[in-house]
Design a protein around this ligand. Structure first.
Ligand code: SF4
Length: 174
């Protein structure tokens, strides 16, 4: 087992302590630098950084960054969600390490959805029902993983399905 444990710290963002969402930093008991390209290959990281090394994931509107000695997670609902994500990552890190002989390490970032492709599927009325100022801003939020088809009420079932199909290629859930 490469990663045996971590010490977790939960806090509200200092830039605005009134924010409802929480941040979490987990300080790792073991240095996991060597597993990062294998983890990137196994889970299809959204961005891979070589120097200093780190891999990011953006499931369900969150940003998770795995560094050699710590894991940072933002936009958490509560501590239970932090525990769920950290348990999942610990499992995946150890699995990537155990199976590294069978995995080709990847040093590339994953392809990203394109704002214009998403915009093409939106009603483009700038009605603001999604609480964003324009459809373009909404499309940018979808690229970040912070919004989805369900957040645009006028989209309609057919176009919502098309958008969901398009996004499936880029995003995964933990
Ligand atoms: S709700 Fe949909 S149509 Fe209205 S502004 Fe947002 S993305 Fe555009």
């Amino acid at each position: 087992m490469l990663l045996k444990g971590y010490r977790k710290k939960i806090f509200r963002p200092e830039c605005n302590p009134s924010f409802q969402s929480l941040h979490c930093i987990a300080h790792l008991d073991d240095n996991i630098r060597e597993v990062l390209p294998y983890l990137n290959a196994l889970l299809g990281g959204d961005e891979y950084y070589q120097d200093p090394p780190a891999v990011t994931f953006r499931p369900q509107g969150k940003l998770i960054t795995v560094h050699p000695e710590k894991i940072a997670i933002n936009a958490l609902r509560d501590e239970a969600e932090a525990d769920k994500i950290l348990d999942w990552l610990k499992r995946e890190i150890n699995e990537a390490w155990e199976k590294r002989a069978e995995i080709a390490p990847t040093y590339d970032s994953a392809p990203k959805p394109k704002i214009l492709d998403i915009l093409r599927l939106l009603p483009k009325t700038n009605c603001q029902e999604c609480r964003e100022p324009t459809c373009m801003v909404f499309a940018a939020r979808v690229v970040e993983g912070a919004k989805g088809p369900e957040d645009c009420p006028p989209l309609g079932e057919l176009k919502a399905l098309k958008l969901q199909e398009y996004l499936k290629f880029f995003f995964r859930d933990y």
